[in-house]
Design a protein around this ligand. Structure first.
Ligand SMILES: Cc1ncc(CN)c(N)n1
Length: 232
């Protein structure tokens, strides 16, 4: 599936070029065992438990990154648009997490006391550092893969034949939901607006952080599949 098949006309835009740049990463994401096994319902529960617990930690930091990016927006209209799409994404995902945490026997104490995996720690720290220290345009580009890649993956899995009794169906429904797609589309559009106002140097930084965040998306799923913990 390419960017345009998701009915966002990004032709010739910054985001279309950025999406092309991550094509090799997307090809690797599409064959990740965690996602293929989630899609056919055969993912071992301990892997999903690890993933969803790490994801709860991730989203806690991600929500703060979104707030920082919103605060950097150049005008009130963009602050409000960005906060709206961020709020939409967080609310949808919080609903999903609440259901899964219960389904997989994870308490709020487990979430509070959990240690981030190396991949989760690296990704969230990269996003927080970029949000704090970079311009609005660069920070926005760093947080975009989180929306866009999940939208892409959710859409691709949703379009496969549904497996009766798939324990992970709610995950597929959330990221395949038109509401999630709408939030992602808005952030893509805002990123293109920011890119048009950015200098060439800033646009190069935007591409760099977009690629780096996409690499971290791959690493996050891969690390959960390996039940990654700190080696020492
Ligand atoms: C690691 C990660 N990346 C992205 C998403 C989708 N917002 C997520 N839930 N978790």
């Amino acid at each position: 599936m390419d960017a345009s098949s998701q009915s966002t006309d990004t032709t010739g835009s910054f985001t279309a070029a950025a999406w092309d740049r991550i094509a090799p990463i997307m090809a690797e994401i599409e064959v990740l065992p965690l996602l293929t096994r989630l899609s056919d319902g055969t993912l071992p529960p301990e892997v999903f438990r690890h993933y969803i617990l790490q994801d709860a930690l991730y989203l806690k930091h991600y929500a703060r990154c979104l707030a920082i990016v919103a605060a950097k927006a150049p005008d009130n209209a963009q602050v409000l648009r960005f906060l709206g799409s961020a709020q939409k994404a967080i609310t949808v995902e919080q609903g999903l997490h609440a259901g899964f945490l219960t389904q997989f026997g994870i308490s709020s104490d487990d979430v509070t006391s959990a240690e981030p995996s190396p991949a989760c720690f690296a990704y969230t720290n990269f996003l927080l550092a970029t949000a704090y220290h970079s311009s609005y345009a660069v920070a926005l580009s760093a947080i975009l893969p989180c929306f866009w890649i999940y939208w892409h993956v959710g859409e691709a899995i949703k379009n496969r034949p549904a497996i009766a009794g798939n324990a992970f169906q709610a995950w597929i429904n959330t990221y395949g939901d038109p509401q999630f797609a709408a939030g992602a589309r808005e952030v893509i559009a805002l990123t293109d607006i920011a890119a048009r106002a950015a200098s060439p140097v800033e646009r190069a930084q935007m591409t760099d952080v977009f690629v780096r965040a996409s690499q971290y998306e791959w690493m996050f799923w891969d690390s959960a599949w390996r039940l990654e913990t700190w080696p020492v």
